[in-house]
Design a protein around this ligand. Structure first.
Ligand code: FMN
Length: 360
């Protein structure tokens, strides 16, 4: 039976010292010009001290037009390099491997933040107040691909071990993958394979400019009714990604225990077919060591956690004890502050129902 303290290997040979992954968490702690703040760096370093084998940063926008949240750090310009380098250098003092999650918000990059109308694969309704996105022209799509490639280069230059391309949760890469949000009739639209062109060209472009030791991981939401992604689409996408030589896959399940109609979980369904070909990380609602073991037993190489790592920064070291059952929400602001969340991040967590004692 696989155990949490075992190391595992990505396809390019990158060794991850254990099976605990800190999943990306937007935390709004950085500066308006996209430079990393000491608070955001400290938050991540504390989780590296806590033993996570792999740390993924918050989603970081590759173009100014792609910013999803205030206080989000960016990777769209060389002026971000000193902060990125400082983070990567400090993470290297621990055993953790480090990835930057790079993304573009697309129709989920609010005009109130970017100062421009949101853009997407097609014209898509966003909300009454935001209206609809506009459709990117073919040359704008090419430009965005170049920005992803340049962003990955910056991450390599800064000293990170890899990037996670954020293709989950309905942001721009997912908007290209989805049949509802991508109704293009140029090279970037059409059937599932054609809708994957945007993602594949990003991967191909990154491969051309980075060293083979620099890892490329992709995060996907396996099913999304909202943007039009079925499990069958995802299987086809995963096959294309394996063919393209990505180094690991991260599936975002929100609830790893939820069963599909045939009684199998998403982790089980994807791992049973693909984990011989590619390491798979699965994330969603893991809290205890027993939960984590469940995910490994379903065939995943590693287990991603987000919320539990906020009050419990040592979760990775502690979860090697099979009886570890950390305290559950709600948490006092003091508990979260003492786990190296800044007051800005605690304020953001007040919006997550039931998480902070004086929140929603
Ligand atoms: C505060 C917060 C911010 C998040 N930000 C991101 C993000 O930037 N990128 C991403 O892919 N997922 C993001 N997520 C989703 C998590 O990575 C994770 O998939 C989700 O919270 C389920 O895992 P959990 O039950 O362990 O929290 C965020 C979740 C939380 C709680």
């Amino acid at each position: 039976m696989p155990s949490m303290d075992e190391s595992w290997e990505m396809r390019n040979g990158l060794m991850i010292p254990n099976r605990s992954v800190l999943a990306a968490m937007t935390n709004k702690q950085s500066h308006a010009d996209g430079t990393l703040s000491d608070e955001e760096i400290r938050f991540l370093i504390r989780r590296a001290e806590g033993g996570f084998g792999l740390i993924t940063t918050a989603a970081s926008h590759v173009q100014e037009s792609g910013q999803g949240w205030a206080g989000e750090f960016g990777v769209w310009s060389d002026h971000h390099l000193p902060g990125l380098t400082s983070l990567a250098t400090q993470l290297k003092q621990h055993d953790s491997k480090s990835f930057v999650q790079i993304f573009h918000g697309g129709m989920r990059a609010p005009s109130s933040i970017t100062g421009q109308q949101a853009s997407s694969a097609s014209v898509n309704f966003i909300s009454e107040s935001e209206g609809s996105s506009r459709s990117l022209t073919t040359s704008e799509v090419d430009d965005t691909i170049s920005c992803f490639i340049r962003a990955a280069q910056r991450c390599e230059q800064a000293g990170f071990d890899g990037v996670e391309l954020h293709g989950a949760h309905g942001y721009l890469i997912a908007q290209f993958l989805g049949s509802k949000t991508n109704r293009r009739n140029d090279a970037y639209g059409g059937d599932t394979e054609q809708r994957c062109t945007f993602l594949l060209r990003i991967i191909r472009g990154i491969r051309e400019v980075v060293d083979e030791n620099f890892a490329i991981m992709v995060r996907l939401s396996p099913v999304s009714d909202e943007i039009g992604i079925t499990l069958e689409d995802t299987k086809q996408v995963v096959e294309l990604l394996i063919g393209e030589g990505i180094d690991a896959l991260h599936i975002s399940c929100w609830d790893v225990f939820q069963k599909q109609q045939d009684g199998q979980t998403l982790t089980q369904k994807l791992c049973s077919t693909y984990s011989e070909s590619i390491p798979i990380i699965s994330t969603g609602s893991v809290w205890t060591a027993e939960d984590a073991q469940f995910v490994l037993n379903q065939g995943a190489q590693a287990v991603g956690v987000a919320r539990v790592a906020l009050p419990h920064p040592d979760w990775a070291s502690m979860s090697t004890d099979a009886s570890y059952n950390p305290e559950r929400p709600p948490f006092t602001p003091e508990t979260l502050l003492s786990a190296d969340l800044s007051s800005t991040f605690v304020e953001y967590m007040r919006r997550w129902k039931g998480f902070v004692t004086d929140g929603r």
